[in-house]
Design a protein around this ligand. Sequence first.
Ligand code: PLP
Length: 438
Amino acid sequence: MTQAAAGDLDRHVVELDRAHVFHSWSAQGALAPMVVAGGLGCRVWDHAGREWLDFSSQLVNVNIGHQHPRLVAAIQEQAALLTTISPPTANLARGEAAKRIVDRAPDGMNKVFFTNGGADANENAIRMARQFTGRDKVVSTYRSYHGNTGAAVVATGDWRRVPNEYARAHVHVFGPFLYRSEFWASTPEEECERALRHLARVIECEGPASVAAILLETVPGTAGVLVPPPGYLAGVRELADKHGIMLILDEVMAGFGRTGDWFAFDAHDVVPDLITFAKGVNSGYIPAGGVVISDPIAAHFDDVVYPGGLTYSGHPLAMASIVASMDIMADEGIVENAARIGRDVLGPGLAELAERQPLIGEVRGRGVFWALDLVADPETREPVAPAVMGRAKALMLERGLLPFLADNRIHVVPPCVVTDDEAGTALAVYDEAFTLLT
Ligand code: PLP
């Protein structure tokens, strides 16, 4: 294809999109979506051959990188064998996928319920907790995103929370976030202690015997990569145990390598009752998610019908892609790579950038899961205006970097396979963009 024809194709793709595609979470009128025609590893490109380093991992899900050949081949192999089968059947790929996940989960969590994504994973975890405890209330945090279905979106804490018919019995609290503390804390220890006291007090006021579950993102992601202070999750676990409340940890974004561990809670002293997952489990090559269930909750449903499931739960293509993805991640040391890049390259590199760039108020994160909190004034910590974010995005795209933006933040979230060179290139692009912005 000539360069001119490729350019025409890119224009055609945008025209088709604007004419007929209705996009999520957007006012449709002013959309100008970028064209992505292909990708490999950490790179994506359009038809005309313009290339970008993908430091968004799309929606923070392509942990294994784009178009991993072994993962693509495994999906093709499964497609040649069997492309659909109903949930009540036994199927090799489904059993193997569940076993792979259970092998990475804590002891005492031996069953997996499969879903098509993260929202329906949270939906089902909430339902399981309610059924198991016979209680109704779910406590989650304001700074969270749990998905866009009935109960999951009500559990969500940000602007996307919309009242709907599932809105009953959801209670929100503030989790720890020292940089913008709701508790006037000045140390991580103070923030942790006060956030735990606040949670305990809310549960006490709500009536502990009415609370079915505490639902937390292990590391709240979309809300700003809020790594909890040491002791917070263990404190929540203790509180939950005291009152017979189920602890659901949402690992949809944080799990499967993103923080440099298989599960983000591996770095904290805590074992949940239910784990929800999606995204990184198979890097979104086929839609998939699920709930890892502790033995007592699973046993409860030995004699009681579990009221949940979808036609495509445990779809063979999704299952084969989970098996292959987890094997590849283990064989290629991809989780270890994420940890190393975070520790040796991105962590120190972003910290050094923050010293030189007054726009960066705080750097926080782990592995390949970082946020740069951009401020108009480092003293007041006032967030930068939306126009600054728009300009930052344009400057980065022009320099061949696809960034991830959320409110006043740039989230530095490349695939877990990112190389030292790619991380170095991205750091240079951020640096140049921030210099031009100030
Ligand atoms: N939970 C968390 C922590 C997420 O980040 C997301 C999506 O970004 C979801 C749940 C919802 O997942 P899905 O979009 O696959 O339904």
